[in-house]
Design a protein around this ligand. Structure first.
Ligand SMILES: CC(C)(COP(=O)(O)OP(=O)(O)OC[C@H]1O[C@@H](n2cnc3c(N)ncnc32)[C@H](O)[C@@H]1OP(=O)(O)O)[C@@H](O)C(=O)NCCC(=O)NCCS
Length: 286
């Protein structure tokens, strides 16, 4: 194939979003709609546009005759390399394009001690990441109708704001070795931020639509569990809690107590680090 691998541009974002929706739909997480809503499409483009502006050297496109065939968007925070999103057009998968794109994105990881990404359950993705030296940790999802009779009184949780970002970055460094830094502004624009900040322990959670946790990060399992109960309390009826690794049994305890069921889907892929805990990661802004 006569394919050009080139740097991504802001003008690629709309096409990249469409391509990624088509590529990921067969591998949708349990409890999620198969295609993005218009609001989710906007959020996807805002996240990818943000990463393109902070890390232009991490974002790549495969193109033939001006037509996009695939892309990969990666970024560095402190000394960790993160892969946010990566897809090849469904009819062209399995022919080596993904390898060329991942190799281009990995040039941005030079000098990074650690790497982190959330992989779909696509076996082709598993092969690529395994070959690139990542250890694959299975992810669980909690999903179902919330049993509100089980809700405890959730105490010491307050709404957060930009003024909490320093606290959030120090928690990030303690729990996942790298601060989210500029990504907090994007997470705050797309989610509700809740914070626990007490002498006995601190933590934060970004909660999306219907209370779905986008990130939970805390200094102790009990603070993390309190923040997850806040997510359960803000759910209207059904709740999905994604991206739970075996190192985060506190989340399983809360989810089962709230009446949710467990399923597995995808992997947390790590290089040079153990699964963060107590921590629930974001799919793209990890
Ligand atoms: C993951 C993805 C980006 C990889 O791109 P790609 O062009 O398919 O990747 P490549 O062809 O370079 O590599 C695929 C590997 O899987 C193998 N493969 C092909 N078809 C396969 C199948 N049905 N089952 C298992 N492995 C398969 C290929 O032989 C190749 O392995 P090899 O290099 O050891 O020979 C692409 O498949 C995709 O978009 N998948 C859906 C979205 C997704 O999961 N994205 C990853 C985000 S976490």
């Amino acid at each position: 194939m006569d394919v050009l691998i080139r740097a991504m541009a802001q003008t690629d974002l709309a096409e990249a979003e469409r391509l990624s929706d088509a590529a990921f739909t067969p591998f949708a997480e349990p409890g999620m709609s198969t295609s993005r809503t218009p609001v989710q499409q906007d959020q996807w483009r805002a996240r990818a546009g943000h990463l393109l502006s902070t890390d232009p050297g991490g974002c790549w496109v495969a193109e033939r005759d001006g037509e996009m065939l695939g892309f990969a968007a990666s970024y560095r925070r402190d000394v960790t390399w993160f892969l946010a999103t990566y897809a090849v057009r469904p009819d062209l998968q399995g022919a080596g394009l993904g390898r060329a794109l991942l190799d281009a994105a990995l040039t941005h990881s030079r000098g990074c001690l650690r790497g982190m990404l959330s992989a779909s359950r696509d076996p082709k993705a598993f092969r690529r990441y395994h070959h690139a030296g990542f250890t694959m940790h299975p992810q669980m999802f909690l999903h179902g109708h919330v049993d509100r009779t089980t809700l405890p009184v959730v105490e010491h949780v307050r709404d957060g704001s930009e003024s909490d970002f320093e606290l959030l970055d120090s928690l990030d460094r303690r729990v996942r070795d790298a601060a989210h830094g500029p990504d907090h502004a994007v997470l705050l624009a797309q989610n509700r931020l809740v914070v626990v900040d007490r002498p006995s322990g601190s933590g934060y959670a970004y909660l999306g639509d219907g209370g779905k946790p986008a990130v939970i990060c805390a200094s102790s399992r009990s603070v993390a569990a309190t923040l997850l109960w806040e997510a359960v309390a803000s759910a209207e009826d059904e709740l999905t809690v994604p991206h739970v690794t075996a190192s985060n049994a506190w989340a399983i305890d809360v989810g089962l107590a709230a009446g949710l069921s467990v399923a597995t889907a995808g992997y947390l892929a790590l290089r040079g680090m153990k699964p963060p805990a107590p921590y629930l990661h974001h799919g793209a802004l990890l």
